[in-house]
Ligand binder design. Structure first.
Ligand code: SF4
Ligand code: SF4
Length: 182
């Protein structure tokens, strides 16, 4: 039958030689390749037992920062939410009551602060927009979850531990991406 295009090429199938019919040269060649890889450096790692160090510019989960006295820095100005191109941040502002000066640094604070990690593209614009160094992206990432709701991080998930009551956890959460305090 005449082919419809000129692309097809007829393949000539030569009969196998005696050596080829033994398959041994092919087997030895394959084993030599396998053994040669046993002595080369493996490009993979045994995660989660082993982890790779993150890049210095890695941007992971958000952290809501506190000042050196353990007060929440966020003043619920909304600049981070406005800067966010993914509309991933929602918040509700509240007025600081007398006697709450040790809890909140400013007269206004975020009563609710949520980041939708499914929307977030980890661009870091919220961090750059914040005038109070109240939010920054840490070196951790969101763990896997079967439920969408599990990726909505509330204030209780984001707020850094209090440096006055749990210094070790505070330092650990702060990590290398520590920001200078204003
Ligand atoms: S990192 Fe970017 S996308 Fe994620 S919340 Fe901040 S501004 Fe929005
Ligand atoms: S995190 Fe910063 S930019 Fe966002 S509301 Fe709080 S103070 Fe404003």
């Amino acid at each position: 039958m005449q082919s419809l295009t000129k692309r097809s090429e007829s393949v000539e199938r030569k009969p196998m030689t005696w050596l080829e019919r033994m398959y041994l040269p092919g087997i030895f060649k394959g084993m030599a390749i396998t053994f040669s890889h046993m002595f080369t450096k493996t490009p993979t790692i045994n995660y989660p037992e082993q982890t790779r160090p993150f890049s210095k510019v890695f941007r992971g989960l958000h952290v809501l920062n506190r000042d050196e006295e353990g007060r929440e820095r966020c003043t619920a100005c909304g600049l981070c939410a406005v800067a966010c191109p993914a509309e991933a941040i929602t918040m509700e502002a509240a007025e600081r009551e007398p006697g709450e000066e040790k809890l909140y640094r400013e007269e206004k604070y975020a009563a609710k602060y949520e980041v939708n990690m499914l929307r977030c593209i980890f661009c870091g614009l919220c961090e750059e927009a914040c005038p109070k160094d109240a939010v920054y992206l840490s070196e951790t990432f969101a763990p896997a979850n079967y439920k969408r709701q599990g990726f909505i991080y509330g204030k209780e998930d984001l707020l850094i531990p209090n440096p006055l009551t749990d210094k070790e956890a505070y330092e650990k959460a702060k990590g290398e991406r520590e920001k200078t305090t204003s």
